[in-house]
Design a protein around this ligand. Structure first.
Ligand code: AMP
Ligand code: TRP
Length: 329
């Protein structure tokens, strides 16, 4: 059993990344004792939009430290940087030669991004899912923990694996997605119908894992709600309160039903105050660990070991793929 996932180091890591992705990695690390786990920093994916050199370098290292600070164990997980394994780019190209252009143009994330951007759209923004498929198929992953927004990219990965297998004979494992029960889609605190995202223009809507905790608690306190007073889950009519309940449930591990019951006679203010305190309890130890790790030898060593293991598996896969394609002397 193999598990693969990654996060882009574009900007600061959000509570959405933590609850939708990182927390799931930790859970699976504990539950699937036999699984081999590959978690990486998807730095090449960050190049689909302009990046500032120094900021990118800092974000790469910061994300690596955050993975460890959040509880990924260096003995259990192969932690590595995507760009350090050239096979990602190599198989990415093969996947570009497997996917059809309309399949890429149909991706919701692509459509959303070009609608916002209009100018200076890079070809890699379109071909991004081909590289993502390569990231996964290189390791013959069975399971890919991701948030809901990546579902479509994973479906495409499955299609490409099957297409390649049908044409060239069985080569790739067709991976399955693993989606969190709660926290799969954390919404913006200011616009609760929009995803909480790293690239948010309004920073009040997004909680960044490494921000001073009081700032984050205040963002919870000023989260947009509605003019009703009752606390219950209703995504359509009460997106703000539902989002707070989602965050609460994902942080605490209690069900939405339990929370509805617990808060049936409480005010919005009480819910927000409790959630702000819960956030502090969860995030403070992660931040403390982060600052211990960020400049440590441990971090460098972990990335070196991860790179070695990932390299071994990835280079075997790419050799096999080239052979199947007839790219041989
Ligand atoms: P990205 O920030 O696009 O690199 O996403 C990295 C991982 O975090 C992916 O598995 C996403 O599905 C997950 N993720 C990002 N934003 C959210 C969100 N608002 N809610 C839940 N999961 C998220
Ligand atoms: N595309 C993912 C995102 O933006 C990040 C990612 C890149 C990824 N390659 C991956 C996630 C492979 C899982 C597996 O969220």
């Amino acid at each position: 059993m193999r598990l693969v996932s990654g996060i882009q180091p574009s900007g600061n890591i959000t509570l959405g990344n933590y609850l939708g992705a990182i927390k799931q990695y930790i859970k699976l690390q504990e539950e699937l004792k036999e699984a081999e786990i590959f978690i990486f920093i998807a730095d090449l994916h960050a190049l689909t939009v302009p990046q500032e050199r120094q900021a990118l370098q800092k974000s790469i290292k910061s994300l690596a430290a955050l993975y460890l600070a959040s509880g990924l164990e260096r003995d259990r997980v192969n932690l590595f940087i995507q760009s350090e394994i050239p096979a990602h780019s190599q198989l990415g190209y093969i996947m570009e030669s497997t996917v059809y252009v309309p399949e890429l143009q149909r991706m919701t994330q692509y459509k959303d991004k070009i609608a916002k951007q209009k100018e200076g759209i890079k070809a890699s923004l379109l071909t991004y899912p081909a590289l993502m498929a390569a990231d996964i198929l290189l390791y013959n992953a069975d399971l890919v923990p991701i948030g809901d927004d990546q579902k479509q990219h994973l479906e495409l990965t499955r299609t490409l694996a099957e297409r390649f297998n049908n044409t060239y004979g069985n080569t790739f494992v067709v991976p399955k997605g693993y989606f969190p029960k709660t926290g799969a889609r954390i919404m913006s605190l200011t616009e609760p119908t929009k995803k909480m995202s790293k690239s948010e223009e309004n920073p009040k809507g997004t909680i960044y894992l490494l921000d001073p905790i009081n700032q984050s608690k205040n963002k919870i306190r000023s989260a947009v709600t509605d003019s009703d007073t009752k606390i219950y889950y209703d995504k359509k009519n009460k997106p703000g309160i539902s989002n707070l309940l989602d965050i609460y449930s994902a942080l605490k591990g209690s069900s939405i039903k339990e929370l509805e019951k617990q808060y049936q006679n409480s005010s919005y203010r009480e819910l927000k105050e409790d959630l702000a305190n819960l956030l502090e309890v969860v995030i403070t130890p992660i931040q403390e660990k982060y600052f211990q790790i960020i400049n440590s030898k441990e971090l460098t060593e972990t990335l070196n070991i991860g790179k070695e293991r990932a390299s071994l598996i990835a280079s075997r896969t790419i050799a096999k793929v080239y052979r199947k394609l007839g790219i041989l002397r």
